[in-house]
Design a protein around this ligand. Structure first.
Ligand code: ZN
Length: 167
């Protein structure tokens, strides 16, 4: 087909399919062998398709119970849609809650399990090192006496005895 014949393409198809020619195309076909051949080709293809189509359609025809299957599937899908969504979502929600709770519990448990010994260790260490701020005030001469056992003849209270001379 020449470039000049492009404009007749649609009309050629139309002519082949409907069997009727427009005046312009009829005139062009008289002078253009290419378009005449093209029209013949298209007509032949159409005829071939026309004979094949029934077979194609027949072969692709659904099985006898296809309609029943489709209807049953549609009904099941409709019923399932009606009944399932909330159930599915509730299930999903419950599952999500359970998972979250479990995860939180595990995390907490792991955290406390890891934290308690540290806390206890720190507290114990603090206790061993801890001294009251007033400890310094408790240092008295008597402390030395309390640490040591008094020897025979010695007194706990090593208080100088006042004599009359000193008075
Ligand atoms: Zn032409």
């Amino acid at each position: 087909m020449k470039n000049a014949c492009e404009i007749w393409k649609d009309q050629l198809l139309e002519a082949a399919l409907t069997g009727s020619l427009t005046a312009g195309l009829e005139e062009h076909l008289r002078t253009c062998t290419i378009c005449s051949e093209e029209l013949g080709n298209i007509r032949a293809r159409k005829a071939r398709l026309d004979t094949l189509l029934p077979f194609v359609a027949q072969r692709s025809e659904p099985s006898a119970n296809f309609r029943a299957q489709v209807l049953a599937a549609a009904r099941a899908a409709r019923e399932g849609k009606r009944a399932r969504p909330w159930r599915v979502w509730r299930l999903a929600g419950a599952t999500a809650v359970v998972v979250v709770v479990l995860m939180m519990g595990l995390t907490l448990q792991r955290r406390t399990a890891r934290m308690i010994p540290e806390n206890e260790l720190a507290a114990a260490q603090k206790l061993t090192e801890w001294r009251a701020p007033s400890d310094g005030l408790l240092v008295t001469p008597g402390q030395e006496i309390l640490r040591t056992m008094p020897r025979l003849g010695e007194s706990y209270l090593d208080v100088p005895v006042k004599t009359d001379e000193e008075e």
